[in-house]
Design a binder for this molecule. Structure first.
Ligand code: FE
Ligand code: ZN
Length: 237
């Protein structure tokens, strides 16, 4: 199984999440979206882990800024969408969307969700029931359209909606607090959303991340996932 450690980076500024993944059987490990070196190094050293890989979801600096430092410190290999080779610092191993990448006995499916950026990918581990959504899906919200259209984001989100309800997702930022008012405004009668918000506020008050959240719950509570047609989705912008 895959053990996931959530590491808050750029705290109080962009509130990024990097994740340290350890395949427990093999000891193979990876960092998802190294945003800031110091907190990641602290966690790696605390656990005595030298990450074998760096997995990037997209090229933005707040997800790749520590690629080179982590790589030079631990010899980690940078794995990313081959189509983003020129924009990912320290790029080593290219994967095509639709392919898989293995970490010990855990396997990730690489899913193209181009919209926030062209070439943005999901790292989906079906057997471990985990997906890393970068800046495509946040708790109760989605990422901005930097390099894509509303239509592209809609189809990217349909790919996420097709993933099983019983997996959990890990986003690229802690933006929940900012997303609550709009979600409540758009889905005012959802009992599940009220419970979600209550739990989220409790976590944040204790400086804990809101995720992992079951994707099935997110599908019901996130207005962007709850939209059932391109027209309904369009109205959210
Ligand atoms: Fe981004
Ligand atoms: Zn970001």
């Amino acid at each position: 199984m895959l053990k996931v450690y959530t590491i808050l980076c750029r705290a109080g500024k962009m509130d990024n999440y990097s994740y340290l993944l350890v395949n427990e059987k093999s000891g193979k490990s990876a960092v998802v979206d190294p945003s800031e070196a110091a907190p990641i190094i602290k966690k790696c050293d605390e656990l005595g882990i030298k990450p074998d890989y760096i997995f990037n979801t997209h090229h933005h600096f707040d997800h790749t800024d520590a690629n080179l430092e982590i790589k030079s410190l631990y010899g980690s290999k940078v794995v990313a969408n081959i189509n983003d080779a020129a924009r990912i610092p320290g790029f080593d191993i290219g994967i095509h969307p639709g392919e898989t990448f293995t970490l010990g006995d855990s396997t990730a499916e690489i899913i193209d969700v181009s919209a926030h950026t062209q070439g943005h990918i999901l790292w989906y581990f079906p057997k471990d029931k985990i997906v890393f959504t970068g800046d495509t899906l946040f708790n109760l919200c989605i990422g901005g359209l930097f390099e894509g259209s509303i239509e592209e984001m809609y189809s990217a989100l349909q790919k996420i909606k097709q993933l099983p309800d019983d997996i959990v997702f890990y986003p690229g930022h802690e933006y929940t607090l900012h997303s609550i008012p709009m979600a409540l405004h758009l889905l005012p009668n959802s009992e599940k959303l009220l419970q979600y918000v209550q739990k989220a506020r409790q976590n944040l008050a204790r400086n804990l991340p809101v995720s992992p959240i079951p994707l099935g719950l997110e599908k019901e509570c996130n207005p962007y996932l709850a939209a059932n047609s391109p027209e309904e989705f369009q109205e959210l912008f």
